[in-house]
Design a protein around this ligand. Sequence first.
Ligand code: NAD
Length: 371
Amino acid sequence: MASKTYRICSLPGDGIGPEIIAEGKKVLAAVGAKADVEFVFEDHLIGGAAIDACGNPLPQETLDAALSSDAVLLASVGGPKWDSTDPNAPRPEQGLLGIRKALGLYTNLRPVKIYDALAGASTLRPEVIKGVDMVLVRELTGGLYFGRRERFYDEEGAGANGAPGQRAYDTLEYREYEVERIARQAFEAARKRKNKVTSVDKRNVLETSRMWREVVHRVHDEEYADVELEDLLVDNTAMQLINRPADFDVVVTENMFGDILSDEAAQITGSLGMLASASLGDGVSLFEPSAGSAPDIAGQGIANPLAQILSAGMLLTYALDMVEEAGRIEDAVERVLNDGWRTRDIADASTPADHILGTAEMGDKVVEALA
Ligand code: NAD
């Protein structure tokens, strides 16, 4: 009997989901056994699989299980089978949006790390990307994407010919508590890493940004003075992410800036199958690979499970505070890559055929490397 038990709600979803989540669970079980911790996995339906079973992409049973778990491990949802031209047909993505909303997830964390063995996949020069290891922290529930918006016709929108013209606006709004809580998530993440936060805003132009900077600094001075804090304007950040990416540790920003910068940062790695993510709120958190359900390769046993395995590592860090064990997973993944093992998507012309592994074999290699 292990000294501690955690209940993990496991949501395989669609496409390659069931194949890759099996490897995430396998690695968690192996790490748990060493740490005298037992993970009890409870599988539930979400997305297309749930639509097929009961017509609802997020069944109540799944929601209840997620809400009462210690953490949620999700694979991915969606696929052509559920693409419908009927606007009233249930869609797999509704399951994903629904669970994020129900869990109150207002923070998205995306790590961007360069593995030396995969540095060739980046479009940046090796000397620029050496040592890149950062986390983008994006606010998820406020800002332009959720503000008041409107589109209408009036005389101001008219062109020179006097015909009625369109106008549209979106509103960028933040409340103080929304900035406070995302700032805390960033500082907490920094304490688990290299203890540095870069806060990104557009203070020279936007009122929301002036408030953002003020609030981030107040939270820092009152609660996290031990963490190094720097401010950067968003346009400058876009340049510095390419110019000196290895200098960043935790980068925190509002919703739209984060949407854009996290894709830019992710592109530095060049390998989609390696990108993990975490979504945090004040209760149960959710961990999933950034990529989709890859229907083109589903069921073939060739999907790359490493993003899912690294998401399981993030679950240990951010949901269970098992930072040391999470580090062991990251080290194991690095070792497997350094030893030349690849799944098809991250192999290149120099990879010998006998070093290209299937999904389950890659999971086994990581478990071996943990030992
Ligand atoms: P995708 O990320 O599923 O696939 C893009 C390409 O990357 C494909 O060639 C795929 O084979 C490859 N790929 C992705 N993950 C891989 C892995 N782990 N190993 C090896 N190769 C991998 O994006 P898409 O094709 O645009 O979308 C497919 C479905 O996934 C759609 O229904 C989409 O809505 C859904 N989707 C879901 C999520 C999510 O669940 N969070 C995110 C994005 C897309």
